[in-house]
Design a binder for this molecule. Structure first.
Ligand SMILES: NC(=O)c1ccc[n+]([C@@H]2O[C@H](COP(=O)([O-])OP(=O)(O)OC[C@H]3O[C@@H](n4cnc5c(N)ncnc54)[C@H](OP(=O)(O)O)[C@@H]3O)[C@@H](O)[C@H]2O)c1
Length: 335
């Protein structure tokens, strides 16, 4: 009987090292409709995970020990007797809250998505690319030739957002925080203006170059970034809150003393909207298939952070790396 090493949340804490531990269990047996998968790569969602091991994700009741991680790609090593849509050796992708950070996982066969090969690129598309696609379509409601501003644009999510925006012939303003991220954004050939927020003041640049010109803003950062986007929205502009990196990293929402949000947007008929990927589940297959095809036809570049992390133990380190704002593209761990 083999063993299955997993990273679990074993207590609530602000610090991933205090909150988590490694648990080794026996490999479970599969039933007739299930498959056993050897995970090859798992995706790191450090900001979401942080709220999880703080016990602050409102729709998840974390009971210890709680296996976490959302997405993985891997290879099927065993199939149940009634499984006829998969065979041993097939590559699959899975997206399921509370499953990924383990060496092996048991799945119902209908939970697995066939992919040509278990690579970090397919892992990035499903679900991070899918989030980019669905956020732009349903929440930003991006239209051709509009001006869009994207924060954390060289991140796992951001680098797909900027490319999909350019496919609509939009004017794309990409914001990032390091020289390496600038280089990544340049390599995508889709950004009309790249702003390194450590070199240029974001408020000044947007108020000078894009005052009342932002039709859509896609923000994963919050605080000063959100404020600068809000201030410069165009009439009918949409500010999408897709992530809250600053608030989550600080551990509490900054209290501000200012007029309510409608003060800046009422007369423009503009809006602030929030995006939450899992609420668009019915659209996941369509989005996934579109992006898989684009990637295969080389119409979409998928960037994976070059830093190598290996093994279940390395998930903690990879998470800290992302939280430190160092990553370029999607952070993955090879198991
Ligand atoms: N709503 C949803 O359904 C959904 C789905 C997927 C992801 N998300 C969110 O989208 C965001 C991007 O996720 P990702 O996994 O692709 O991460 P990421 O963008 O690869 O990494 C986070 C980036 O955010 C920026 N950042 C700014 N302030 C930060 C701070 N205080 N702490 C950490 N990072 C900070 C940094 O980029 P710069 O140096 O360039 O500023 C950093 O590299 C996250 O906030 C995530 O929670 C939301």
């Amino acid at each position: 009987m083999g063993t299955n090493k997993q990273l679990v949340i074993s207590s609530f804490s602000d610090d991933i090292r205090a909150a988590t531990s490694i648990l080794t269990t026996e490999l479970p047996k599969i039933s007739e409709n299930q498959i056993l998968v050897k995970n090859k790569y798992v995706g790191i969602n450090a900001l979401y995970d942080r709220e999880l091991y703080r016990g602050k994700v409102p729709y998840i009741n974390v009971k210890f020990p709680y296996v976490f991680g959302v997405e993985a790609v891997g290879e099927i090593i065993e199939t149940g007797s009634l499984v006829n849509n998969f065979a041993i050796g097939d590559a699959i992708s899975t997206v399921k809250v509370g499953t990924a950070y383990k060496e092996f996982q048991v799945l119902d066969a209908d939970e697995a998505i066939a992919i040509p090969e278990a690579t970090p690129e397919y892992l990035t598309i499903n679900p991070t690319g899918v989030s980019a696609y669905l956020g732009l379509k349903n929440v930003a409601e991006l239209k051709p030739k509009e001006t869009i501003v994207v924060s954390a644009a060289a991140g796992g999510l951001g680098h797909i957002v900027v490319q999909l925006a350019k496919q609509k012939d939009c004017h794309v303003v990409a914001i990032c925080g390091t020289k390496e991220k600038e280089t990544l954004l340049q390599s995508l050939n889709c950004c009309d203006r790249i702003i390194n927020h450590r070199k240029e003041n974001i408020h000044t640049v947007l108020s000078t170059e894009y005052a009342s010109k932002i039709d859509a803003a896609f923000d994963s950062v919050g605080r000063h970034m959100f404020d600068a986007f809000l201030k410069n929205l165009a009439p009918l502009g949409r500010l999408v809150v897709s992530g809250l990196a600053t608030e989550i990293n600080e551990g509490s929402f900054e209290k501000i003393n200012a007029p309510r949000v409608y003060e800046s947007i009422y007369w423009k008929g503009a809006s602030v909207r929030c995006f939450m990927n899992h609420l668009y589940k019915d659209q996941h297959p369509e989005a996934r298939n579109i992006l898989f095809k684009q990637y295969q036809k080389r119409e979409l570049q998928v960037k994976v952070d070059p830093k190598k992390f290996q093994g279940i133990e390395a998930i903690v380190e990879a998470s800290e790396y992302l939280l430190a704002g160092k990553s370029c593209g999607k952070v993955v761990v090879e198991l």
